[in-house]
Design a protein around this ligand. Sequence first.
Ligand code: HEC
Length: 197
Amino acid sequence: MKVKVTINVLAIFVVLFSASCEFRQQSEQKVTDSIDTAAFLKVGDSVTMLLQKILLENVMQATKAGGPEYAVEYCNEKAIPLTDSISILHNCRIQRISDKPRNPLNQPSAADMLVLNRMKMPGQAKAELVSEAGSIVYYKPVKISMPACLNCHGNENGQINSNTLSVIKQKYPADKATGYKEGDLRGAWKITFQKSE
Ligand code: HEC
């Protein structure tokens, strides 16, 4: 299990390293502000797909080992450090955001809210890039894609078992991330790439 995770993390580093080289080359060639949208989308898609997979594997493993309440503690300790460890590459920052966050650190900015609201509109739940001063921001919707998400994000009258709920309330007194149904937009991945000089 540990070995598998290390390999996946390595894969992300490889994707990001090759990406950052690609972007540098590009900015040397082109002085204009035009960006290679397809390249950013591709990198964003690969990184978030791998991270999603790692997080899911780890949650499943922790649930098997100690039930969902243990998995909540696991996420509490590991989710942000894991995404941060990948963000450590100086040219990007990876976050998960939600308009109903469990962890207050995943609170969206005003600009993020515009994107989340757009993603809720019919047919609009897809990855997109937003160009800001000094950075390019990649967003990808995160949906409640499987019934297992409801063990920790479903309704409080039965879908989340009482032990799990009490650990959630204890670790996240301001939790807003319950009451979801399968298929709902849960939030988004956000990757901020710094534009190179
Ligand atoms: C075992 C319980 C558990 C399961 C199952 C679970 N989550 Fe979570 N989820 C959490 C916890 C705990 C956090 C807060 C992590 C942190 O502190 O950063 C969280 C946070 C998140 C966030 C970040 C935004 C926020 O609210 O802080 C997203 C997005 C998310 N979960 C989506 C999902 C999806 C999609 C699934 C199903 C594929 C899922 N979760 C399954 C417990 C769970």
